[in-house]
Structure formats: C-alpha cells, structure tokens
Ligand binder design. Sequence first.
Ligand code: HEM
Length: 148
Amino acid sequence: MYTFFKFFHLVAAIVWLGGMSFMLLALRPSLPILEAPPQRLKLLVTVLRRFFAAVWAAIGVLLLSGAYMYGHADAQVAPLGWHLMSGIGVLMFLIFGHLYFSPWRRLQQAVAAADWPAAAGRAKAIAQWVSVNFALGWLAVAAITFLA
Ligand code: HEM
C-alpha cells in the first residue's frame, strides 16, 4: 500500500514540475512568435486553464499520498528531508492558491474585457509565482534526495 501511494505521489510531482518546466522553458519564450499580444494572451489563458486543472488534481494527490506516507513514520524519527518536503509542499500549495485566486482570475477577467495591458501584467505575475514554485519544487525534491 505504501509503494502504491509513493507511486502516485511521484506521478503527481512529475505532472506538476513537468508542466511548470514546459510553461517556463518552452511556452513562454515561444509566445512572441504570435505578433499580436491579444493572440498570445488568449493562447496563454487556454493553455493555463487546462494546466491549472491538472495542478489542482496533482495537489490533491500529493497531499493525500504525502500525508499517508508521513503518517506512516514516527514523526520523531522521520528524516529531516521528509519534514522539509512537507513544509515546502504546503508553501507551494499556498502559493498556487494565491496565484489561482488572484492573478489568474484577474487575467481571465482582463482578457474577457479585452484589457490587454492589464492582462499582460497579470500574465507576468503568474509567471513570477510559477517561477517561485518551480524553484521550491526542485528544492523539495533535493531535500528528499539528499536529506532522507
Ligand atoms: C504536504 C506535502 C508533502 C508531503 C507531506 C510529502 C511527503 C513525502 C514523503 C514522506 C516522502 C518520502 C517517501 C519515502 O521516501 O518513502 C516523499 C517523497 C517524495 N516527494 Fe513528497 N511530500 C509533499 C509534497 C511534495 C511536493 C510538492 C513534491 C514535488 C512537487 C513532492 C515530490 C516528492 C518526490 C519526487 C519524492 C521522492 C519519492 C521517492 O523517493 O522516489 N512531494 N514525499
């Protein structure tokens, strides 16, 4: 049962971290190929809507499987890497919640209202928050690899 939860924990982490890699390293630098900013922002909204749905699912799986694995060990003897991963994981969930309910909502409203300067500002804020989570995600993986 433990291995089963660990497998899905890994799947969810790969989906989230892989999606952030794609967004930051491939999608965002490629958007200028579309000459009109409205086209870029509309594409971004369409792509992010799908990706963010996958992130919510990944968060649910990470929380459930992480709590199960964590609950299986005696908190006193759990390696430092486990504690760090749990703390960083919760921080990542909070950051995603913020970016989802603030800049992401406002980006959709701005695109619907064809307010392109406001939309560009929200898109930038989303990219910044995703960059923070991207760094935190790898930090969590490093913690569990080197300190467990
Ligand atoms: C509250 C949040 C989280 C908790 C409680 C948690 C807990 C754990 C625990 C206890 C393990 C150790 C399993 C073992 O070595 O047997 C683990 C492994 C792991 N976790 Fe998390 N985790 C959380 C969030 C995350 C996040 C946000 C990511 C990445 C986006 C992540 C990625 C991983 C990876 C890659 C492993 C290594 C699995 C392996 O050893 O093969 N976790 N986690």
